[in-house]
Design a protein around this ligand. Structure first.
Ligand SMILES: [Zn+2]
Length: 294
C-alpha cells in the first residue's frame, strides 16, 4: 500500500505532513513548464517498469501510463500529440472486453461494481474508483483523486465522489445513503475495514453509509477457484493475466484488479458482499464466508 515515491512533486517540508489537507494548489496557478515536469515525474516509475510489462502485453495493445491530470478531469493538453502519444487518456483501452468471453457470464444481483484501491498509510493519498458493468463486464467510468499538485481535502474528495455517484445513479443521499445495486470491490479488507474509518476519524467526518459493506475479491477468488491468493499479484499470476503498470500506484492497481474481476466474471463467478459493518456497532465487521483469507 506504499505510495509511489515518484509521485511526490513537492517533497513536504519537515513541518508539513504528506496530507491531502495541506496541499491545495490550483493547477491553474502551476506554470506550464512545471505541469510538464510533474506529468513526466508523476509517471516516471510507471515508465520505468513499463518496459518489461509491455513485452507481456498482447502485440495489439501498447500499455502507457495514465495521464494523471486526465484522470482527475484536468488535462489541458488534450490537443498535444506528443502528450497523447506518451500518456493514456482512455481507460477502456486496458479494460477491453473480448466478446468471446461472455459465454460463461452468470446473472448478477448487482448492476455495477466499483473497484477501489486506496493508497497511503497515515492518510489516504490516492482514491481511485473504476466503475464496471456487472452484466457486460464493460468499463463505464472512473473517479480518481490523488495527492498531487491538484490535491484537495478528503472531505472534498468525498463530496466530489458523491456527485459522481449521483450522476451514475449509484446512490441517493436522501434515500439512506447506501449504494443502489452497486458494491465496492477491493483486494483485501484493508481499504474499507481499516483505511476509510481511519481517514474519516482524521478528517473528523462521520463515515458515510456507502462504505459499510464491500466485496473482498480475495475471498470470492478463494471460494470460487478453491485456491488461495494472498494478493493481487498472486491472483494475476495464477490466472495468467499480465501485470500492467506500477504495483502500488493506485490507478494501475485498480485497473489490474478490474482485469482480475473481468477474468473471474468471464469464468462464471457470481459476486456477493463478503463483509458488512454492524449497523448497531459500526466498529464490528461481519464476514460472510467461513472460508476466507485472514
Ligand atoms: Zn493529459
Amino acid at each position: 500500500m506504499a505510495f509511489a515515491r515518484a509521485f511526490v512533486p513537492f517533497p513536504p517540508s519537515s513541518s508539513s505532513r504528506p496530507s491531502l489537507l495541506f496541499l491545495t494548489i490550483s493547477h491553474l496557478s502551476v506554470p506550464f513548464q512545471s505541469i510538464r515536469n510533474l506529468t513526466v515525474s508523476a509517471s516516471s516509475s510507471a515508465l520505468n517498469s513499463s518496459a518489461s510489462m509491455e513485452m507481456e502485453a498482447p502485440k495489439t495493445h501498447r500499455w502507457r501510463p495514465m495521464c494523471l491530470y486526465y484522470t482527475q478531469g484536468r488535462c489541458i493538453k488534450m490537443d498535444d500529440a506528443t502528450h497523447l502519444e506518451k500518456f493514456n487518456h482512455n481507460y477502456s483501452a486496458d479494460l477491453k472486453v473480448n466478446a468471446t468471453c461472455l459465454n460463461r457470464l452468470r446473472p448478477q444481483d448487482l448492476d455495477y461494481l466499483l473497484v477501489l484501491d486506496l493508497e497511503g498509510k497515515v492518510e489516504i493519498l490516492e482514491f481511485p474508483v473504476l466503475m464496471i458493468d456487472a452484466k457486460t463486464m464493460e468499463f463505464i467510468d472512473a473517479f480518481h483523486r490523488i495527492w498531487h499538485d491538484t490535491a484537495i481535502p478528503f472531505k472534498d474528495v468525498l463530496q466530489e465522489f458523491e456527485v459522481w455517484m449521483t450522476n451514475h445513479h449509484l446512490w441517493e443521499k436522501d434515500q439512506g445513503g447506501s449504494l443502489h445495486r452497486a458494491a465496492f470491490v477491493t483486494c483485501g479488507n484493508w481499504d474499507l475495514k481499516t483505511m476509510i474509518p481511519k481517514q474519516c476519524k482524521i478528517s473528523k467526518i462521520k463515515m458515510p453509509l456507502y462504505f459499510m459493506e464491500w466485496i473482498n475479491l480475495k475471498d470470492i477468488y478463494l471460494n470460487f477457484y478453491k485456491r488461495t491468493a494472498t494478493g493481487m499479484m498472486t491472483m494475476m499470476r495464477q490466472l495468467e493475466i499480465p501485470v500492467w503498470g506500477s504495483h502500488h500506484l493506485g490507478i494501475d492497481d485498480a485497473k489490474n484488479i478490474a482485469r482480475v474481476l473481468q477474468h473471474m466474471l468471464a469464468d462464471g463467478v457470481v459476486l456477493q458482499i463478503t463483509a458488512r459493518r454492524s449497523t448497531a456497532s459500526p466498529d464490528e465487521v461481519n464476514f460472510f464466508f467461513g472460508n476466507r483469507i485472514r
